[in-house]
Design a protein around this ligand. Structure first.
Ligand code: G3P
Length: 478
């Protein structure tokens, strides 16, 4: 019969007893590319039990040994970059070169996490009692970081490999076990990545990967009593998860509407280059993409001309040809983007290019003279469409940025460092970049959103710490 990718549990590849499968549609061909198992709730229960048992032993495995296995997995991952990248191309239509970069970056992230883990988890704290009023120096406290238990990792479609390992590696180095629920688009890339961990020789049951429909196992997983921590990256499902999840630590990175504020004194060539990179790489399907340009009226014409010239040079087509702009992930995503474009048209935005779409492929589009009453001024297209709002004061730009329900990142372009610092301080986002486009990396930098953009902070160090709790041992002298 036809090939269906197996799911991974107890150190083995398994077929679901549900008899059901989930089809993964290639965004470019819009035909079924792969099929994965649709795991049942019973299977999820089994996986949770396995993960719990495996975690107990893993927590007792010396830290240096955990690190050694992670280094091994990182090397295997990098060796397998070509086949994994090919899956990324087919499943999520990521340009070929960027797909390879994602896998290499993931290997580096795993190695760095192993190194960081041995350092920060190799140290604890020692406290004495007589600093608190009324106490003699008779009590001693030894604190160290101990694992949480089972970590549920849910990465998004746009970085199925990288945003999976950014959860898996910190969890493992800290002594936790993993249940991974891949996104449907990107599931096979995730399974290939998991295979690299399998080859590295981690203990059975420590890493598990269940595939299936969110509607069937999504809530069941996130509300499962066996889960001790959830690390999620994605859309507003994260808000629903955080309302339903139990009393466990949550790490959430949700959407963004990253603003790019451009002052009169900015280097407009630099701005234009960053708008292209920030707004159009992976066809705008990044939470950290530049999603609205707020430019001072006096330089707006000149900036728009420069960006327009660069948009004209973007190549549009299949990811296999390494085109800059590739089909967006799904038909529903393309329809949503089109809805935003139509709304902007009706309300009088200036189209710098003609709107063009073939299947899921949408040509890059810059919309000038966007006003706050247009949906695109606030909503995330997650596609290659970028709105430009002209502002008459810095305050107007800051106001627009802060009126958003999102608060992931933002950027400010000016040659005046004092102004840049003041504006950065006034922008309510997790990070503000001065004179460069928003981005998550390098991967050891703290990465966080506020408001609807998420809770907690990521980045290698913060993720390791977040996936631990404090354990004390107290000594008392008579
Ligand atoms: O959209 C996912 C988010 O984490 C962005 O990552 O590396 O594209 O800035 P990056």
């Amino acid at each position: 019969g036809e090939h269906v990718y197996k799911y991974y549990a107890d150190g083995e590849w398994k077929k679901s007893t549900s008899g059901k499968t989930v089809a993964i549609i290639n965004p470019t061909t819009r035909k079924t590319q792969y099929k994965v198992q649709a795991c049942s709730q019973e299977e999820v229960n089994k996986v949770m039990d396995l993960a719990k048992t495996a975690q107990k032993l893993w927590a007792k495995t010396p830290l240096w040994k955990r690190a050694e296995l992670l280094h091994k997995a990182a090397a295997i991952l990098k060796e397998h970059k070509a086949p994994i990248a090919e899956c990324l191309v087919k499943e999520i239509a990521k340009p070929a070169k960027d797909s390879v970069t994602e896998v290499v970056r993931s290997g580096d992230l795993v190695s760095y996490t192993a190194e960081e883990g041995v350092r920060i988890l190799g140290e604890g704290k020692f406290l004495v009692s007589d600093s608190f009023p009324g106490n003699e120096r008779t009590k001693y406290c030894l604190t160290s970081k101990i694992p949480l238990g089972v970590v549920l990792a849910i990465p998004p479609f746009n970085y199925p490999v990288n945003l999976a390992v950014s959860k898996i590696a910190p969890a493992l180095i800290a002594g936790n076990s993993i249940v991974l629920k891949p996104p449907t688009q990107g599931a096979v890339s995730c399974l290939h990545m998991v295979h690299c961990f399998h080859l590295a020789g981690f203990p059975k049951g420590l890493i598990n990967c269940v595939t299936g429909k969110g509607s069937e196992i999504g809530d069941f997983l996130t509300m499962h009593p066996g889960v001790n921590c959830i690390s999620f990256t994605g859309g507003d499902t994260g808000i629903a998860i955080s309302k339903k999840a139990g009393m466990i630590p949550l790490q959430m990175e949700l959407g963004g509407k990253d603003a790019c504020i451009v002052l009169e004194d900015a280097d407009l060539d630099l701005v234009a280059a960053n708008i292209i990179k920030g707004g159009f790489s992976y066809s705008g399907q990044r939470c950290t993409a530049v999603k609205v340009v707020l430019v001072m009226e006096s330089v707006a014409d000149s900036l728009v001309e420069k960006v327009k010239a660069k948009v004209a040079k973007l190549t549009v087509g299949p990811p296999e040809d390494d085109c800059d702009i590739t089909p967006v992930v799904s038909e529903s995503s393309a329809n949503y983007i089109e809805g935003l474009v139509k709304d902007a048209k009706e309300k009088g935005a200036t189209f710098c290019q003609e709107y063009k779409r073939e299947g899921n492929l949408i040509w890059p589009l810059l919309l000038d003279n966007v006003r706050p009453d247009m949906r695109i001024a606030w909503e995330e297209p997650f596609g290659p469409v970028l709105p430009v709002l002209r502002i008459n004061s810095v305050e107007e730009g800051i106001h627009h940025c802060n009126a958003s329900n999102f608060g992931l990142q933002g950027c400010i372009f000016t040659k005046d460092i004092n102004k840049a610092m003041l504006i950065s301080d006034a922008m309510e986002t997790g990070t503000v970049q001065i004179n460069s486009a928003p981005a998550r990396g390098p991967d050891h930098f703290p990465f966080q959103g506020i408001k609807d953009s998420g809770i907690g902070s990521q980045g290698i160090t913060n993720s390791i710490n977040m996936m631990t709790k404090i354990g004390n041992i107290l000594l008392e002298t008579p």
